[in-house]
Structure formats: C-alpha cells, structure tokens
Design a protein around this ligand. Structure first.
Ligand code: PGA
Length: 264
C-alpha cells in the first residue's frame, strides 16, 4: 500500500489524474472503475482538461460504475448515469458502448449483478479502480460488516450513509438500498486509487491504513492489495502515525527507480 500525502484537494486530484494519464499512455484501452460522490469531482475536471489539451483520447477507454442507488431511474439527478454524464462523460470522447453501469431499476437484480461481474471478466478485468471512502470506512457501498470477499450485490445503507446523502435528496426519497461492486470484485482490479480529502475522513483513513484488517472498516482490506495507492490531503492524513515515513517514501520514489536501473 502506498500512502501519498498532498497539500490539499486540488493536489490529490492532480496526482490521481497523472497516474490515470500515465496508465492510459501504456494501454489506450484502459478499463476504469469509477465512483460518484463529491471527492472525485476534481479528478474528473482534471481529466477533462487533459482531454481538451488533446493529450488523452478516451475513444478506447471503458468504464464500470462502482455502485448505484436502488430504485433510481436513469435520468434521476443523483443516479450514477446522470452524475457521470454531466460531470465527466459529456466532456470527453468516450463511446456509449464502452460505458457499463449498474442499473437502479433492473428487471432481475441477481441476474443483473451476475451479468455485471461477467462483463468485467469478459473485458479482461478493471485496470484501475478509483474509490472514495465513507466516514465509516466504506468503499463503494460496502458498509462495515460487508464480507471482505463479497461480489456485486444489493446492500442496505447505514443510517450514517443515508444521513450523509440526505443533503442530495428530498427527505422522502433518500434511497435505503443500493447495488455495489463487492469488496472481492474491487480487490481484483489491477490497481486501486483511494482518494480522501478533509478532516471528516481522517479517522477512517487512520483505521484503514494503520489499523487491523477488518470487515468493520472495509477499506482496511486495501492493505492486502499489491497496487493500492491512498492519495489524501493533509487534513485526511492528520491522524496517521506514519506520516513522516510516507512522505519519505514518496520523496525517494524516483531515487529507487534510478537505483534499480543502475543495478541492471
Ligand atoms: P464523498 O463520498 O466523496 O461524497 O465523500 C465518498 C464515499 O462515501 O464513498
């Protein structure tokens, strides 16, 4: 697990965009797993800028949505389809047929989840999964106690998550159920970037990075992933005991590459 601590929100978005851009240079048909929420908005803005400068072409890129509220129609303003279209897809040249998402109103939920997993497998897996984190440590909508090997399925949101989301919905319609990629599904991605900004995420980050691996803090499972990058700002990092070491590792990253090159 690599912990990258940046000054502020803009810098974490910049860093994540840089990693995605580099990954795309190596593989133009990059398969991305993408979240909604407020955290990734700056990342999407940065990727749009890179695209507008003609430095990144999305025509072969495919995307899979991380989760979706159950019961929301495609055009609902808080649904994944609408969020992604307005904040990202409309501004880049991604092809419609390369956008895969969980539906809020599937005919048969179990078939839909199984088929979604099958689509991920058929395309060759997700190269790079972007994640936010809930204040309770959730990733996707895998709330505390979710099985660490779970697959895409229905979950019941916690009251805390419903409360956090209520600012986005009129009270009567805050969804209580969702579909989400499972933790096992997420962990099969070749690389994972988790983004967090702000003091209200510092406890979740501390437990995920430095606490025990436990279903009570779903993001702690990322400690087992060989290519997980936790990109956070100073406020989200404020409770980490190993902050100095993480900075030190980051500063020495290029030196280690030089060192290994010279050894060849
Ligand atoms: P946020 O949500 O980016 O809106 O804080 C993150 C999450 O709940 O996963």
């Amino acid at each position: 697990m690599e912990v990258i601590i940046k000054q502020d929100y803009d810098e974490i978005c910049e860093e994540a965009a840089k990693i995605i851009h580099q990954a795309w240079k190596k593989k133009n048909n990059l398969v991305l797993g993408l979240p909604t929420g407020k955290t990734p908005l700056g990342l999407y803005r940065r990727l749009i800028e890179i695209h507008k400068k003609e430095e990144m072409d999305f025509s072969q890129v495919a995307t899979f949505s991380l989760d979706e509220y159950l019961g929301l129609k495609e055009d609902h303003p808080q649904g994944f389809a609408h969020y992604m279209a307005t904040n990202f897809f409309q501004h880049v040249n991604i092809k419609r047929e390369n956008i895969f998402r969980l539906k809020g109103t599937p005919e048969n939920i179990e078939d839909h989840c199984r088929e979604y997993e099958e689509k991920i497998r058929r395309i060759g897996g997700i190269d790079l999964q972007i994640l936010g984190i809930g204040r309770n440590g959730h990733i996707g909508f895998n709330e505390p106690s979710a099985s660490l090997s779970s697959r895409t399925r229905v979950k019941t949101l916690t009251e805390e998550t419903i409360e956090a989301n209520s600012r986005l919905f009129k009270n009567s319609e805050v969804p209580r159920f969702c579909l989400t990629m499972g933790i096992g599904t997420i962990m099969e991605s070749k690389m994972i970037i988790l983004l967090a900004s702000g003091e209200d995420k510092n406890e979740a980050i501390q437990k995920s990075v430095e606490g025990p691996i436990t279903a009570s803090v779903p993001a702690s499972i990322l400690q087992l992933h060989p290519q997980a990058k936790i990109i956070i700002d100073q406020e989200a990092a404020s409770l980490l005991a190993g902050r100095d070491y993480y900075h030190w590792v980051y500063r020495n990253k290029e030196r280690v590459v030089d060192f290994l090159e010279k050894k060849k």
